[in-house]
Design a protein around this ligand. Structure first.
Ligand code: SF4
Length: 315
């Protein structure tokens, strides 16, 4: 089976494409994520024709807009970068996520230094030109910087979003859109939605209540924008507790008195931060496996991504 298509800055794969001929190899990406993601690498600077090695470049802001200029001198590579961006963007439409290299005037997602026409730093809230164009073209696509994947919560959140977005792209987007496909997606992700944002969960149920109120494509578009916005919110322990309590309600008959006691103890221990999410979640999965409830067997909340990623051991 091939993996989920995900874009990545080429230097993170260990390829020597940086301006100084070096790389920024991410072992987590190449050793762990590569087992599940089919990485498509892009080095905007190299592929825009700037070569390796090449002079370092940075962002300079002029009254007419942002430009990519060599740090020493005034050579301007904005045109070459823009032409590359226009050429490559349409080919990235099927990606389910993107991992970018931080601090780069091309790939950086946030907090990039912006200079004035004289080359002095005037602010630090810029975005790399390629990253900015990518995120504008594909606002639904989960995008994260590699460095931020060292944070357990951000990593779990990004990967969960990639798998959810992959489900959308495979089963609902484009020609596959139908009322049944949309409702099926919502059903699979209900508990995840509830955990991430109860507010958006309560809005999206009624939105799907009357599928004839507007053209289905418009409704699906509104739905997935709100869904992905909800999914980008980090889940607190309290929100996981809420979702797990809802789940437990469905599993009442599958659990004996003692099992239920242990589950409640472990959920409380999770709430207090004494055990990771995997502990109560495993107990819920055991109960579901013992006496499967149809409605829960499709819920992605129980298994949002492959267990071997170990993500719930650390949140
Ligand atoms: S940060 Fe982007 S442009 Fe720079 S070397 Fe890596 S892939 Fe290439």
């Amino acid at each position: 089976m091939s993996g989920i298509p995900v874009g990545i800055s080429t230097c993170l794969l260990g390829k020597e494409v940086r301006h100084d001929g070096g790389h920024k190899h991410s072992r987590y990406c190449t050793s762990v994520l590569a087992k599940h993601f089919d990485f498509r690498s892009v080095c905007p600077e190299l592929e825009a024709g700037l070569g390796v090695p090449r002079p370092a470049i940075h962002l300079r802001e002029y009254p007419e807009g942002m430009r990519l200029i060599e740090t020493r001198g005034t050579d301007d590579h904005t045109g070459a970068m823009q032409a590359f961006i226009d050429r490559i963007l349409p080919s990235l439409a099927d990606l389910r996520g993107y991992i970018l290299m931080a601090k780069s005037p091309s790939c950086g997602m946030e907090r990039i230094k912006v200079h004035n026409p004289e080359g002095q730093v005037v602010r630090r809230d810029g975005q790399g030109l390629f990253a900015e164009a990518l995120m504008r073209a594909y606002p639904l696509m989960p995008v994260e910087e590699e460095g931020r994947l060292n944070d357990d919560g951000l990593r779990e959140n990004f990967i969960e979003r990639v798998f959810a977005y992959d489900d959308w792209m495979q089963n609902v987007a484009g020609d596959r859109l139908s009322a049944g496909a949309l409702i099926g997606f919502h059903t699979r992700h209900k508990f995840q939605l509830l955990a991430h944002s109860e507010k958006i969960y309560r809005q999206l149920g009624p939105l799907l209540g009357d599928l004839k109120s507007e053209p289905l494509a418009d409704l699906a578009n509104r739905y997935i924008h709100a869904f992905m916005e909800a999914m980008s919110q980090r889940v607190s322990r309290g929100s996981h507790m809420n979702a797990m309590q809802h789940l437990m309600g469905y599993l009442r008959d599958a659990m004996g008195e003692e099992d239920r006691k242990v589950l409640i103890e472990q959920m409380d221990a999770y709430r207090r931060g004494e055990v990771p999410l995997v502990v109560p979640m495993t107990l819920l999965r055991m109960a579901q496996r013992r006496e499967p409830v149809d409605y829960l067997s499709v819920q992605r909340y129980l298994t949002p991504y492959p267990d071997e990623l170990g993500l719930r051991n650390n949140v």
